[in-house]
Design a protein around this ligand. Structure first.
Ligand code: PMP
Length: 403
């Protein structure tokens, strides 16, 4: 008998399965609204011009070689990434009690951080929003946590944040629990706490001694403004929290497949830094030994050169404003068609995704009948909505709801 005979078939990963179905579909006007990746007005993937330019510079630089990076990655990258997150003048940076570790995009940074919390700090419980990015649970469970629990977040009836439920669930969480928080542009709901609500969240977390682990996958990409999109993280740091934050450069740099990420640690005293770094070093060493260099070099180059940095900031404004325009266009089109329902949530939500409110059967109908690929939860990626397909998408939603 084969050693593999009893392996059971695992569930497919919905977004990747959807991507494949989209690629296999021969319908001319098919639309991909599943995976969160930016598309040009013509529906094509976009390599940021500043990335292309820096790649040429790096390719021509014969002083660069292919030797291993240090275990914790390229310092020029992680320092710049941490400063981008916390702000150059952050007290935590000035006092040398914050540092970054280059890891494998957002996911790898979450994983290294989660494993550190579970193994080194002995954390047992992690809390995630209901709903959340579907990978949080798998990443944290595989990292060694005992149990993952939900906190209330989205209210179906108000199509907004259930702040009372959220705070109540935090109050019930055992001390030292890890609370995963989306830094901005909550995935999948597109609904973030207001500044006042963040203050209430921080109050409860401080009182209950809960530990924040921020997931920052969309800094700059959500509003076009790096400061605005890191407000919550900076606010928690200013309140004296120790915390972790996983940063992804997949969306804001369009470097999806280069796996560029940074895990920031903020401690309350610089004297703990060497010990913490040494334990993170052991975790990375035992997992993948050291990170790849290509993407990190690109980001480091851009963040450390004012001319390229400005060019990149222009790109994130292009991407975020196109998304905001498409939210308006989609809402307008639905209202023009008098599609039943209230569509104001489409423009109220921010970031890459919109929770349309379509149910599972309706979402499946969108795929089967209209070749518009979206998640069964009704989530669509606003990046896939373009001036050339927004009308088609609106008509399809209209037909789906009224048929
Ligand atoms: N967290 C959230 C909330 C995300 O939406 C994503 C990307 N979909 C990630 C983390 C990580 O993505 P990556 O590993 O590609 O950086």
């Amino acid at each position: 008998k084969s050693r593999f005979a009893d392996v059971t078939l695992g569930p497919p990963i919905e977004v990747f399965a959807l991507n494949k179905a989209f690629a296999d579909d021969t319908f001319e006007n098919k639309v991909s609204l599943g995976v969160g990746a930016y598309r040009t007005d013509k529906g094509q993937p976009w390599v940021l011009p500043v990335v292309r330019e820096v790649e040429k510079i790096l390719a021509a630089d014969e002083t660069l070689n292919k030797e291993y990076l240090p275990i914790l990655g390229l310092d020029a990258f992680s320092s710049a990434a941490t400063a981008m997150l916390l702000g150059k003048d952050s007290a935590a940076l000035v006092e040398n009690r914050a540092f970054g570790v280059q890891s494998l995009s957002g996911t790898g940074s979450l994983r290294v951080g989660a494993e550190f919390l579970a193994r080194v700090l002995g954390s047992k419980y992690f809390y995630y929003s209901k709903p959340t990015w579907e990978n949080h649970r798998l990443v944290f469970t595989n990292a060694g946590f005992e149990e993952g629990r939900e906190y209330r977040y989205w209210s179906e009836s108000t199509r907004g944040l259930d702040i009372e439920g959220f705070l109540e669930d935090l109050r019930k969480a055992p001390e030292n629990s890890i609370i995963i928080l989306h830094a901005c542009a909550h995935n999948p709901t597109g609904c973030d706490p207001t500044q006042d609500q963040w203050k209430q969240i921080a109050d409860v977390m401080q009182e209950r001694k809960l530990f924040p682990f921020f997931d920052s996958a969309y800094q700059g990409f959500a509003s076009g403004d790096l400061e605005k999109d890191s407000w919550a993280v900076r606010y928690f740091v200013s309140r004296g929290f120790e915390l972790l934050c996983a940063q992804s450069f997949a969306k804001n740099f369009g470097l999806y497949n280069e796996r560029v990420g940074n895990l920031t640690f903020v401690l309350n005293d610089t004297s703990y830094v060497p010990q913490v770094k040494s334990q993170v070093t052991l975790i990375v060493r035992g997992m993948y030994s050291n990170p790849p260099s290509h993407g990190a070099r690109i980001v480091a180059y851009v963040l450390n050169n004012p001319k390229f940095y400005d060019q990149w900031k222009e790109h994130i404004r292009t991407m975020s404003s196109r998304i905001i325009e498409m939210r308006k266009a989609l809402r307008d089109a639905l209202e023009r068609l008098s599609t039943p329902g209230d569509w104001s949530h489409i423009t109220a939500q921010i970031g890459m995704f919109s929770y349309t409110g379509l149910n599972t059967a309706q979402s499946e109908h969108m795929i089967k009948k209209h070749h518009i690929y979206m998640l069964r939860s009704g989530r669509i990626s606003m990046c896939g909505v373009t001036p050339s397909n927004v009308e088609y998408v609106a008509q399809a939603i209209h037909e789906t709801i009224t048929n």
